[in-house]
Design a protein around this ligand. Sequence first.
Ligand SMILES: *Cc1c(COP(=O)(O)O)cnc(C)c1O
Length: 451
Amino acid sequence: MKQKKFILQESELPKQWYNIQADMVNKPMPPIHPATKQPLTWEDLAHIFPTECCKQELDTEHAWIDIPEEVQEKYQYYRSTPLVRAYALEEALDTPAHIYFKNESVNPLGSHKINSALPQCYYAKQEGTTNVTTETGAGQWGAALSYAAKVFGLEAAVYQVKITMQQKPYRSLIMRTFGAAVTGSPSMSTRAGKDIITRDPIHPGSLGTAISEAVELATTTPNCKYTLGSVLNHVALHQSIIGLEAEKQMQMAGEYPDMVIACFGGGSNFGGIAFPFMRHNILEGKQTEFIAAEPASCPKLTRGQFRYDFGDEAGYTPLLPMYTLGHNFKPANIHAGGLRYHGAGMIVSQLLKDGLMRGVDIPQLETFEAGILFSRTEGIIPAPESCHAIAATIREAKKCKETGEQKVILFNLSGHGLIDMPSYDAYLNGDLRNYELPDEVIAKNLAELNS
Ligand SMILES: *Cc1c(COP(=O)(O)O)cnc(C)c1O
């Protein structure tokens, strides 16, 4: 019988994360303080984030960073996650390619975000913090953080985009079930929120408003730290657990990937699965290809510009060197909420600039078509975000069919879609559409950054 699933013993789980910054030939350019225009130090960040996360953020020296034992213990609740050979999908595509996926949907919260929520809460707790706060859009990050806060005995306050909270009530219910205080943003609980509501009483909220409120809460409340679920280097570091496990599991399967594929929002699940393999490209000259799949309606990797830009809509964060569509970019309201972000993380941006990876942009309808095929073959309903990785994988597998090449493709299944069924409902009813994004719109948006 063919082996379908590869799992690690507890004793084989990684005890260190991998920090690709140490091995990069061209290091990421430093984040810049918007007022002083000086490179940021970890001390500049420490009044907002847990200190250890700030140090990890700017660490370009240590390739291996110990996973605290308490975090390893919590990882053991759900890790390793399975590496699965997608035989049924291969058969449906009639492709000679070997397709594997790493299933990060198998944990209490259903997405990879918990891999970073746990260490961020652990470090906050270690420093004597009692409260953590964050913003969330669709709610995957907020849900992971609410759970992780409870695990380490912290209080969590989550600002969720008001309109999403009303349209998709389930994730805010999940957060509240784990004990978090969830507030629709903009709210009257912060100065930033009050200002926004005074100007616009029916403001629907955005990630920008929610970030402003969460950062204000963290900076004005003693013993409260802010946390972030993507984009930043320390988040990608924590997510490297995905690729480090996958490396061992691919060995068990007796193969090595020719291609590694993941969907792309800010880059954490992509970096998580890709960087441990990219290490062998950098150090040993392996030729694995790395593909980040983004929505055609939010194409910062394929059509954005490499430049310094703010990480948030409101312009509160440091200036980050990134591929960006402009922090003023308003992405179309696609169902893959986790991929509606204007920029790419600093590490990924440098790697893309240096040609170590590439991006591919995929229209919404193709992603759902891929998600449906995956559901019907592998029996797992993927998150709308993950459907982008599946669609990119299917494109590559079809190319293999044409050329007869037996490539080994590994993709990351970043989450399941069971809380996103209304999106599938819309697709199955024929109510979804693609969003065109003309070059002029991107150019105009980027031009505004300079004015
Ligand atoms: C948040 C999210 C993403 C996008 O974030 P990255 O940091 O780019 O990984 C992708 N998939 C799922 C399921 C998510 O929740």
